[in-house]
Design a binder for this molecule. Structure first.
Ligand code: GTP
Ligand code: MG
Length: 196
C-alpha cells in the first residue's frame, strides 16, 4: 500500500519533468479510459489526479511521487478526436517524446477499456512501443461495467490479436477504479520492478 502520494509537477515536455533519479511508471491510453482514476485508486487519494467524464481532461504530463521513492505519471489520452488537430498533434508529440526519451521510465502501463474490441489506435501504439523497445504492460479498465463472461471473451480476443504479431504476451492486469480491483496486483508488480 502507498503511504504517501504527492503531486510534484505538471510539464509540457519530458525535459521539464523532475530530474530522472527515481524509477518512474506511466499510465497511458485513450482519452477517458480511466488513467487518472486509476492513479487515485492505487494511491488511496480520491482527487490526487483530476478526472472527468468528458474526454481530454488531462492535458499535461503530471508527475506524482509515491512514498518518496518512485514517480507515477499521468499522461493526456491519445486519439481524442474532439480536440483540434494541431492540439492533438501536440499531445501526441508530448506523449511519444516522453515515452521514448524519459530516462528513468521503467514500465508503461497501457490502459484499455475492457468493454471494447481491439482498437486500431491501441494496436498501433503497442507496435510503436515494440519498435522502440519500451517495456509495457496492459491494464484492462472499468471491469465493473462488464460481466465476467464478456470480459473473458474480450480478453481472449485481445490475446489472439496480440499473438498475431508478438511471440509472447505482455503482463496483463484488470482493474476497476470504482470497485478497487487490481490495486494490489499493479502495486505488487511495481514493487517487484523497483527492487531490481
Ligand atoms: P483523460 O484525462 O481525458 O485522457 O481521461 P482519463 O483516462 O484520465 O480518464 P478519467 O480517469 O478522467 O476517467 C474518465 C471517466 O471514466 C470518469 O467519469 C471516471 O469516473 C470514469 N471511470 C474511470 N475508471 C472507472 C472505472 O473503473 N469504473 C467506472 N465505472 N468508471 C470509471
Ligand atoms: Mg486523465
Amino acid at each position: 500500500m502507498i503511504k504517501k502520494a504527492e503531486f510534484v509537477t505538471s510539464s509540457q515536455k519530458y525535459t521539464d519533468c523532475p530530474p530522472p533519479f527515481k524509477p518512474e511508471y506511466a499510465f497511458i491510453g485513450r482519452s477517458n479510459v480511466g488513467k487518472s482514476s486509476l492513479i487515485n485508486m492505487i494511491s488511496n487519494k480520491k482527487a490526487l489526479a483530476k478526472t472527468s467524464s468528458t474526454p481530454g481532461k488531462t492535458q499535461l504530463i503530471n508527475t506524482f511521487e509515491m512514498d518518496d521513492t518512485w514517480y507515477l505519471t499521468d499522461l493526456p489520452g491519445y486519439g481524442f478526436a474532439k480536440v483540434p488537430k494541431g492540439v492533438r498533434g501536440g499531445f501526441n508529440k508530448m506523449i511519444y517524446d516522453y515515452i521514448e526519451f524519459r530516462k528513468n521510465l521503467v514500465n508503461v502501463f497501457l490502459l484499455i477499456d475492457s468493454r471494447h474490441k481491439p482498437q486500431e489506435i491501441d494496436l498501433q501504439f503497442i507496435q510503436w512501443l515494440g519498435k522502440k523497445g519500451v517495456p509495457f504492460s496492459i491494464v484492462f479498465t472499468k471491469l465493473d461495467k462488464i460481466s465476467s463472461t464478456e470480459y473473458q471473451k474480450n480478453l481472449n480476443n485481445y490475446k489472439t490479436e496480440l499473438l498475431k504479431t508478438w511471440e509472447e504476451l505482455p503482463v496483463i492486469f484488470s482493474s476497476s477504479a470504482s470497485s478497487q480491483i487490481g490495486k494490489l496486483e499493479i502495486l505488487g508488480y511495481i514493487d517487484s520492478l523497483n527492487e531490481h
